[in-house]
Design a protein around this ligand. Sequence first.
Ligand code: PHE
Ligand code: NA
Length: 444
Amino acid sequence: MNREQWSSKLGFILAAAGSAVGLGNIWRFSYVVGTEGGAAFVLLYLVIISLIGYPLLTTEIAIGRKTQRNPVGAFKALAPNSPWWLVGGMGVLAGFVILSFYSIVAGWSLAYTAKAITGFDATADFTGMFVGHITSLWPPIIWHAIFMALTIGIIASGVVNGIQRASKILMPALFIIILILVVRGLTLPGAGAGVSFFLSPDFSEVTSKTFLRAIGQSFFTLSLGMGALITYGSYLKREDNISDSAAWIVGIDTAVALLAGFAIFPAVFALGFEPGSGAGLAFMTLPAVFASMPFGTLFGFMFFFLLAIAALTSAISLLEVVVAWIVDEKGWSRTKAAFTLGGIIFLTGLPPTLGFSVLSDIKFLGMDILDTYDFFASDVMLPLGGLLTAVFAAHVWKTKNAIEEINSPKGVISFGNWYTVLVGYIIPIAIAIVMIVGIYDKVI
Ligand code: PHE
Ligand code: NA
């Protein structure tokens, strides 16, 4: 069977931006900005996105487009009879693990979308409500199952009829909702304090940890280091330029993160809340914010619906990496692969869900099961995958070949010698330092 292709350059950009824009932009970005001191973190994040994120994202797309293969097959095609395919294998494994816990947080978003329909009562105990939800037995499992079923349904429908079509509907919807929420946030009396928290940097807050969190956030948010963009790049037509499309994808992801900041922080400050509450910011602080805001029921519903949509277009890219691997390498049909692997991922997601209830005694390095999955996948596998992909592109495939693929056909942005220096040396060294310090901090 012929490999499917995105039907247009716009289709590819929307699908890849759909992968990038997710829980990372809204839930994760806002809580990390909140705990890392605001604008100084945002500035650091923007520098890393441009100097490391953009070149690596472009590299992954180029590897995929050149080889027309899933991550494992792509490394095999460019370096036959060598162990480099293991980098692709680690990517497939990372996709598997990330989806199994991502779907749980996405399930919380669906649960909160449903809760938001009846409105949040300003006198409620929102911390208790969130803890109550995640520590209950069946509701989080059922929402996890519903979310995985949606993801499997889209992937089983194919690249064009599933992924591209879903992205073309959901991405514009997401943009409109977030713009409405930004206007709502900025027009609340007292919004200015939130804007200045988000925009006026205080560098006295920057430590080595701020740097680590910024690089980790950059990888997660751009879907980097696990072959998602190799896989999506493998469906890209030869006549579509790579460097400009990559800039659009990075630009859209960054824009949505910044817009999420403008939607969330002004509202948090205007209604007298603290931004530093950590991972619970979206689920514990924001319902309280919505409850005390005019038309809060409507905006609360929109916010959690937005979160669920963003999560869905990312989840399909995670499942697609695993499905593309088994379809290309083992000859399975797409439908069989989507249902079987999606089912196994659902089951792999049970321990991290139950880690908040019946398995709450199980801890690893002080982390619950969900955080453990997140740590190994996001903090170990993604940066390691990114580092090895950079070394591979520069020193095995060779930057000359990578640049040739990236620049054909020519776009507005043209890659040259600066790319060799960045991807061959600066990026791998920077990631290595960050990983060593980060893992050392966590384990010791
Ligand atoms: N980029 C997605 C987000 O920001 C998460 C993701 C990571 C998706 C890795 C695919 C691969 O939520
Ligand atoms: Na993102």
